[in-house]
Design a protein around this ligand. Structure first.
Ligand code: SAM
Ligand code: SF4
Length: 330
């Protein structure tokens, strides 16, 4: 098998695939005015057949895990069908999603039945009012109910992500609340440092705070840094024997963040993106139209590997063509 490898020796067993740009939330750092139709772009989001062909191609290039994201992936009518097809009709071993948890209480059973291997849920605050202010939706209780429902059904792999926002969810009190939440709850909670995108410069200037503040809290409270495993993602993980859950930090501005990069991205319109940020990437959609294009598609993707850069250049304020993360799937 010829696997994907870049000029820095990194391999890519993991793909993040956005299946829609549409979102029903209005998170201040991402889509503060909600999803707006881009009238200049009338291409449709990837069709189920195209998604299946892509997954087949990637599995033949060494990909073992696909994360479905968006926009909000669960707004697609064929969302559960997509998960089932990836899970049962391709050789991808793990299918996971990132979701804002909209109607999670009602969806828990169908998620379990779809064969999904893991779920990342975005919850920026455990305070109902703060959650509402950030996302534009008073939906914290239904999301927390959804997590309980998933757990009662025996669903194991649940992670929660929050974007760390200065003065909004970055106080010791906020950290304590999460700490209580994961004490008896086998859920991993991670803070993601706010990233600058093409659209959010003002927001970024106002709310960005280095994740060191949370790291200091963890060190002070005897959380133990877990060294990176073979398939480690970008999260720095911390354990504490008194807690069922783990803490994590995703710090895209840290020096070595890109060193362990093991992922490529596909946008909802079928562009291969070599990095969440940056301008490198091309459309592969024309090679997703028929089953017999598989070899041509594999060749094209393998050739692209040489263009993957060593790092994003976010610390220099270079956000590439990324206007907001709903477009590239965060
Ligand atoms: N709608 C889904 C959700 O919110 O989970 C999936 C897509 S969203 C773009 C994926 C993740 O990116 C979410 O956890 C979100 O909080 C995060 N995100 C979005 N914009 C961000 C930014 N500017 N900086 C850091 N994280 C961001
Ligand atoms: Fe929607 Fe996710 Fe962006 Fe929030 S972060 S606006 S839920 S795509």
């Amino acid at each position: 098998m010829q696997i994907m490898k870049d000029s820095f020796g990194r391999t890519f067993p993991y793909i993040r695939m956005s299946i829609t740009d549409v979102c029903n939330f209005k998170c201040g750092y991402c889509l503060p005015n909600g999803y707006q139709v881009d009238k200049s772009d009338n291409r449709k989001f990837l069709h189920l057949d195209e998604i299946k062909r892509l997954a087949k191609c990637f599995s033949e290039l060494g990909v073992r895990k696909i994360r479905i994201t968006g926009g909000e992936p669960t707004v697609r009518k064929d969302f559960f069908e997509i998960i089932k097809v990836l899970k049962y009709e391709t050789d991808i071993e793990k299918v996971v999603i990132t979701t804002n948890g909209y109607h999670l209480d009602e969806k828990a059973k169908s998620l379990l039945d779809s064969g999904l291997n893991g779920i990342n849920i975005s919850i920026d605050s455990l305070d109902r009012e703060t959650f509402k202010k950030i996302t534009g939706h008073d939906r914290l209780p239904e999301i927390l109910r959804g997590i309980r429902n998933l757990q009662e059904l025996g669903f194991e792999n649940i992670k929660i992500n929050a974007v760390l926002l200065n003065g909004v969810n970055s106080s010791e009190k906020d950290f304590e609340k999460w700490s209580e939440f994961i004490r008896n709850n086998k859920v991993d909670f991670r803070y993601i440092e706010l990233m600058q995108t093409g659209d959010n410069l003002e927001y970024f200037k106002k709310y960005h705070i280095p994740s060191k503040i949370f790291k200091n809290y963890l060190n002070k409270n005897k959380w133990i840094y877990q060294t990176l495993g073979k398939d480690a993602g970008p999260s720095l993980n911390y354990i504490n024997p008194e807690y069922k859950g783990k803490f994590g930090i995703i710090a895209p501005y840290s020096k070595d963040f890109c060193k362990t990069c093991n992922r490529l991205r596909i946008t909802s319109r079928g562009d291969l993106r070599l990095c969440l940020f940056g301008n490198t990437g091309i459309s592969v959609r024309h090679l997703l139209q028929k089953d017999d294009q598989l070899n041509e598609l594999k060749d094209l993707i393998l050739k692209q590997m040489q263009y993957k850069k060593e790092s994003h250049y976010l610390e220099l304020g270079d956000t590439g063509s990324t206007k907001n993360l709903s477009k590239t799937g965060g």
